[in-house]
Design a protein around this ligand. Structure first.
Ligand SMILES: CC(C)(COP(=O)(O)OP(=O)(O)OC[C@H]1O[C@@H](n2cnc3c(N)ncnc32)[C@H](O)[C@@H]1OP(=O)(O)O)[C@@H](O)C(=O)NCCC(=O)NCCS
Length: 152
């Protein structure tokens, strides 16, 4: 059976913010707020992409860029619980990478919880390499692994 879903992936608008906040509940800590999503939609230094489901966003990826830096930062990526495990995370990651590259980023960096093995597998499978650990990184004290990928 083909479990893959192919929703449209597009830039987020302010109308998506309620749906994005609903998706954000998948995170145990360090959730983005309404204010941070609104800022990401409006900032020229952020690319916030959403995957559109029948009733609103079912996933998103957020890349932030800094002037004079060749490294973009994948600040967050998430898929709604009911839509997980069907290839959407991988599609969002690819779309975020393409967008970052188009905006001039040579590399993408990210942090992931040390106990988040599902996300770590996604990054390993898509060519990211682990280069550093950051202790006591999240609100609950969990450490983060830092990953990087060169965007070819
Ligand atoms: C991480 C996340 C974005 C992956 O999205 P997804 O749509 O479920 O992922 P995909 O279906 O595209 O799977 C891609 C790969 O991720 C890994 N993966 C995804 N879910 C997994 C799970 N539950 N257990 C182990 N590996 C998993 C697998 O390697 C998978 O590849 P495979 O199916 O070829 O083996 C999603 O699980 C999520 O939103 N998690 C909560 C938020 C989060 O942790 N975000 C990452 C922050 S750094």
């Amino acid at each position: 059976m083909d479990r893959a879903v192919r929703p449209r992936i597009r830039p987020a608008t302010l109308d998506d913010v309620d749906g994005l906040l609903a998706i954000e509940r998948v995170f145990p800590t360090d959730r983005l707020t309404r204010r941070s999503f609104r800022h990401a939609v409006q900032s020229a230094a952020s690319d916030l992409l959403v995957a559109e489901g029948a009733d609103g966003p079912i996933g998103y990826a957020l890349v932030q860029r800094r002037r004079n830096s060749a490294a973009g930062h994948l600040s967050s990526i998430a898929v709604k619980r009911g839509a997980a495990g069907r290839g959407l995370g991988k599609q969002l990651l690819r779309a975020a990478e393409a967008e970052a590259k188009a905006k001039g980023c040579a590399r993408l960096r990210l942090e992931v919880r040390a106990d988040n093995t599902a996300a770590q597998r996604l990054y390993h499978k898509t060519g990211y390499r682990r280069f550093e650990v950051a202790g006591d990184y999240y609100e609950d004290g969990e450490a983060a692994w830092r990953y990087e990928k060169t965007l070819t």
